[in-house]
Ligand binder design. Sequence first.
Ligand code: GLU
Length: 491
Amino acid sequence: MSEVRVRFAPSPTGYLHVGSARTALYNWLYARHLKGTFILRVEDTDAERSNVDSVRTILEGMTWMGLNWDEGPEIGGAYGPYFQSERKALYKDAADRLVAMGRAYWCDCTADELEAKKQQALAEKRTYRYDRTCLRLTEEERASRAAEPGRTRALRFKVEPGESGWDDLVKGRLDFDNANFDDFVIFRSSGLPIYNFACVVDDSAMKISHVIRGDDHVSNTPRQIMLYRAMGLAVPAFGHLPMILGSDGQKLSKRHGATAVGDYGAMGYLPGAMRNFLALLGWSFDGEHEIFGADELIEKFSLERVNTSPAIFNLDKLYWMNGEYMKALPLAERTRLVREQLVAGGQWNPQSPPEREALLERIVESLGERLKLTTQFIEYADCFLQDELELSDTTLDALAARPKAMEIMEKLEALLRDFPDFTVVGLEPPVRQLAADLGVKAGDVINVARGALTGKKVGPGIFDVMVLVGRDKCTRRLQAAQAALRSRVSA
Ligand code: GLU
């Protein structure tokens, strides 16, 4: 088998969409599995819509997901440049060749003229096809039209009878009769190639062996095959990936959650989880296993196992999967990621003393599997880092609703102030005894303690909470909670 060369060819008109990221990932996996080459090509011929920020965002998104490219922006390669805007001469040459061969011709019909013909076809219930007016012009007619104001030229590819089907690597045989296509525009007089044309010129020049892309491009493929054949170029293999839909079966949009890969990092997701999750959007191994590290994905990936039906983007699954990845990380690494996020958010002083760094690790440890996203640290644990705790009305209401809340806090405060064995294991028996002595459930004491010490409903186990808050702050917080409740009763 000749060398496998695949490419991801984003148009830099926005962020890296999760659908595009999945396309990039499948190309990367395919290349890595077959020890081929993964190329990144930026399709930026549309100067109005393309921008450098978007290029940066796309490259960052790919880097974040660990999708390294072997040829492309920043690193170059033997088939560059890898920005289409720098390859215009190649498109011009190819266009000239097609004209010389009689397979392309200039058309200067105006948009109004074409629209009128379309309307006429509609009225006559005919399928509209360009009627090749410009193919039939004499030299004189051509010259006189060129002198008319308002005409611009575009190069049309001359479609010949035949068929342009292919054996799709995902969908199986797809057949298209050329009769269904009219002479499509491939190049503008401004020097800008149309996507189908630039794509074929580049895929051929870059020796792409397999084109793997979303199935929204299926209707482009017959046109591209016609172009390859007209230019006498080898046609690559094609594989079209199923769409990704939202949970309601509609096209994936922001309604279903963030659609920019970059947002997920900021939301506390891990790149490995994202990669694993995207890999399963349209591909499965045995329908049973779901957690695959990068090496395993590379080893197991094949286009044969890509589904033909659309994939559903299930955010709950991504959340679950991220939890699995978090759980599997060593404590030091989990802490490092949380810390990195806190520092980025200005919530952690990178020069913190070692005791405070150790506290951070202990908090992360005590949160255990509750920490499904790195960002949840703040949600669960800011109370351990603060000196003073401001209890919300909701927390105070919940405290007030517990039987004997005041007595519990009073007794607990006394207990914690003096109890010698201030450890997770040491504190449990006396706290449970306290509940028994007061004739309340252990749950009542635990909930009151949690509310007063953390201001939250969930978090680490309560004895972990006590140790993390520490003896002094525990007593102060219990006093403050009692005072707050008292002042509410008297108000
Ligand atoms: N620039 C095209 C896109 O982003 C590439 C399509 C292709 O892979 O051929 O949709």
